[in-house]
Design a protein around this ligand. Structure first.
Ligand code: S3P
Length: 805
């Protein structure tokens, strides 16, 4: 669609050149004119095909164009606006609709001040804008048609800005693949001073300072990756940054002062050998950086949804290429967030002694309860995966002092039940469904408003399962369409306890209501069909919060009967509001859900024997062991003990010939996260495995029934997805075989960004004929950081392509 007839780009540097190229590539205007004081740039732009016509004068271009983009240094704005005012003086009165002027400068106040001086007011046809994209490279030769794809562009219109003009500029940026947002001009300048201007000035200053050292030869010769990464942007255009420093001086000075203060704190900590402060600064920064990576990762999801994003104009001469993955990453920004691919090589056996990372469910809860407790809570074995770190970051954003994680240790200075503070902005929870659902309960009871957001996958997950009962308790919550995130939770609601019968067996829903119940008037009672993980109840007890739990077991006739013939179990948990939490120590066991990948790996791979140490053996989580044992797996438990209220054990797993089974439905909720890898076990088993009663798998990080069925079928397995489960005809060989035969063909699998799908197919490679290439694996880091490293130490061979941070 042609948004514009003739576009004039004034200033053919990196940004102006890229804008012209992007608009041309999108076919969003009939013709692109260019103007630059520097004739060489003008000629180069024409030679590269970035512009259709190079104007002799600004006036010539202005007469012809209906949209003018000013991509010039900040201090050049005023003289250029003066020239525009002269050209416009001779034009008819309907100018506002016919000609629109926008810019790409990084200080909006500087542009508006210049406009005020030249025109005596900000004209209605001027739409201030700023693309958040760039490179340390400058000049038209560095221009890229893809520079703005999936990047934010901030428009900062004023009240009098012409609506049509604004829409025209917005559509043009969107045609370039950008994501357009609106902001107040002053707020824009403050934000950019911190996120863009300050880092550039630090890089310039650091390089300049070190270059002045007498030993600078050695400094630059031996400068390692850190120096290179940190100072890359010191290669940027000096004129442009000079103008930014003076154009946005007030906000920049504020950011510099704040940074200087932080540097002083660090200096003081080093002088005083204050390890706690040093580790505090470093670990807080580390986790904030990891969190930031997740944000970038969600931007990656936006790139995925733009089909044009894989197209680049080859040398701007018109032919179109498909980019490789690395180029695509580059187009997304200077931080190399990426898609990650696992290439799992076929065969191998599993051995050794492994400790998989800490339990995700327990890690989330330990932060939440530790933050609300009175006193200092110390957590050991905390999962340093992105999901748990998102929860940690959210509580930091609400004013809780949290040190770590440092080698799994986290120390929380609890603020008490009513001590949380309003966060500055929306809290981004990445991929973490547990964080969002549990926090919804806590946030519903606060005095301040909160918005909870998440990545592409989380934004598609159902939240009404917690929102509906919370509303019954009196919470005020708005969701996006269909009860999806973001959740806008209003503060100041008075909650009252309810008795809620959960429609599904969900620990997240149960936990959410219990957490809200601590703040509610009266008693909150949850009645859950089946058994679900009980970490919330155990941890509440550990923090000294009284609650009562009961399991009602009934047979088909409804009478209470013994467990082994029970067909229905109902779990009832109740607590009264108004209590308090007392800080405690928490030892997080290894996550049985992460250990499950290795239990299956060692079972299906030939000649394997593996010890998994300190694995959580909570009976509400250990369904995977029972199912594998029913299938004939050789798993024994050693060193059984209880730590901090949670049972743990070492597991010894040896290769075994598995057989297909009908999975008892009572085990479904207590093995809910392990089915993806259990399907891999089923494919290697002899005979049919049938899973039913697991409809919940369809609303996890992906539709795990469909994603696994698609992957299994692609690898040659006879699998049939069912509405609430799966039927798999295993092709495992019989016990008499000396060497196990491959079961899976090689092939490419889409993990749909679901960590457990990705890891499951990596395990399948142990019994594959050829490589299994698994796409979209970056989210493995949400639950299992360094999965590939640990797996390779145990005997798998996973090559990781692309990096996440
Ligand atoms: C979890 C509960 C389960 C599980 C999820 C973690 C928890 O979800 O799948 O990974 O920590 O409470 P549901 O409650 O939706 O079954």
């Amino acid at each position: 669609m042609k948004t514009v007839d003739t576009l004039l780009v004034v200033g053919l540097g990196l940004i102006g050149g890229s804008f012209a190229a992007a608009v041309k590539l999108a076919g969003a205007c009939r013709q692109v004119y260019g103007y630059d004081l520097n004739r060489t740039s003008l000629e180069e732009a024409q030679a590269l095909g970035i512009i259709d016509y190079g104007c002799e004068s600004l006036a010539e271009g202005v007469m012809a164009a209906d949209l003018i983009m000013l991509a010039i240094p900040m201090l050049a704005m005023k003289p250029v606006l003066e020239q525009l005012s002269l050209s416009f003086a001779g034009l008819p009165a309907e100018l506002p609709v016919q000609k629109v002027v926008t810019d790409a400068g990084s200080s909006k106040k500087a542009l508006l001040d210049a406009a005020l001086e030249v025109f005596g007011g900000v004209p209605t046809w001027l739409v201030p804008g700023h693309p958040i994209a760039g490179s340390e490279k400058s000049g038209v030769g560095a221009a890229k048609a893809t520079l703005f794809q999936a990047h934010d562009v901030i428009l900062t219109p004023l009240e009098n800005t012409n609506a049509l003009a604004l829409e025209k500029v917005k559509l043009l940026w969107e045609a370039c693949g950008a994501v357009v947002t609106r902001m107040d001009p002053c707020h824009h300048d403050e934000v950019l001073a911190k996120t863009s201007h300050l880092p550039h000035f630090l890089a310039f200053s650091l390089v300049d300072t070190l270059a002045g050292n007498p030993d600078n030869q050695d400094i630059f010769r031996f400068a390692a990756g850190g120096f290179r990464d940190f100072t890359r942007i010191a290669g940027s255009d000096p004129i442009m940054w000079h103008d930014v420093a003076l154009g946005n001086d007030q906000a920049v000075l504020q950011a510099l002062d704040q940074f200087t203060e932080g540097l002083q704190v660090l200096r003081q900590a080093i002088v005083q050998k204050d390890s706690q402060s040093l580790l505090g600064v470093f670990s807080r920064a580390q986790s904030a950086r990891q969190h930031f990576s997740s944000l970038l990762e969600s931007r990656k999801q936006r790139v995925k949804s733009l089909p044009e994003s894989v197209m680049v104009c080859n040398g701007f001469s018109g032919s179109v290429l498909v980019e490789d993955e690395d180029t695509k990453q580059d187009a997304m920004g200077s931080m190399k967030e990426s898609t990650q691919t696992f290439i799992a090589r076929p065969g191998g056996s599993i051995s050794g002694d492994l400790r998989v990372p800490g339990d995700k469910s327990i890690s989330h809860r330990s932060i939440m309860l530790g933050a609300l407790a009175e006193g200092e809570t110390v957590i050991e074995g905390f999962l340093e995966g992105e999901d748990a770190l998102a929860t940690l970051k959210a509580f930091r954003d609400m004013g809780v002092q949290i040190d770590g994680p440092y080698q799994g240790k986290v120390t929380i200075q609890g603020v008490g039940m009513y001590g949380l503070k309003r966060p500055e902005g929306p809290m981004y929870l990445g991929n973490a469904g547990t964080a969002m659902r549990l926090m919804a309960g806590l946030m519903a009871a606060q005095s301040f408003d909160v918005t909870l957001t998440g990545d592409h996958s989380l934004s598609g997950r159902p939240m009404n399962r917690v929102v509906d009962p919370l509303r019954q308790m009196g919470a005020i919550i708005e969701t996006a369409e269909g009860g999806r995130p973001p959740l806008k939770i209003s503060g100041g609601a008075r909650l009252k306890g309810i008795e809620y019968h959960l429609p599904m067996a969900s620990a997240q829903v149960q936990s959410c209501l219990l957490l809200a119940g601590m703040f509610a008037e009266g008693e909150t009672v949850t009645v859950t069909p089946g058994i679900v993980r009980d970490h919330t109840n155990r941890m509440l007890e550990g923090f000294g919060y009284p609650l009562s739990c009961a399991e009602i077991i009934s047979g088909e006739n409804g009478s209470d009967i013994a467990t082994d013939i029970a067909t229905d179990i109902t779990t009832i948990v109740a607590l009264k509001g108004g209590g308090k939490l007392t800080a405690t120590r928490i030892d997080v066991p290894s996550d049985v859900s992460s250990a499950a990948f290795f239990m299956v790996a060692a079972s299906i791979a030939e000649a394997s024997e593996l010890r998994l140490s300190h694995v959580g053996m909570n009976p509400t989580r250990s369904g995977v062991i029972e199912i594998l044992q029913l299938m004939g797996a050789d798993i024994t438990l050693e060193n059984e003990s209880v730590v901090g209220g949670e049972p743990v054990a070492d597991l010894v797993v040896r290769s075994a010939q598995l057989k297909g089974i009908d999975i008892p439905e009572r085990l479904v909720p207590i093995a809910i996260d392990e089915f993806p890898v259990l399907f891999i076990a089923a494919a290697c088993a002899e005979g049919r495995t049938l899973l039913t009663g697991a409809r919940e798998l369809r609303v996890k990080e992906s539709d795990r029934i469909q994603a696994m069925a698609d992957g299994l079928i692609a690898l040659g397995i006879d699998a049939q997805p069912l509405p609430d489960g799966m039927m798999i005809n295993g092709s495992g060989d019989s016990l008499s075989e000396q060497r196990v035969k491959p079961v899976f063909n090689g092939g490419t699998i889409d993990s749909h960004g679901d960590h457990r799908i990705a890891m499951s197919f990596a395990v399948a490679a142990l019994r594959a004929k050829d490589d299994i290439r698994i796409l979209d694996c970056a989210n493995v880091a949400t639950s299992f950081p360094d999965f590939a490293g640990l797996a390779n130490r145990a005997g798998m061979r996973i090559v990781v392509k692309g990096k996440c941070q």
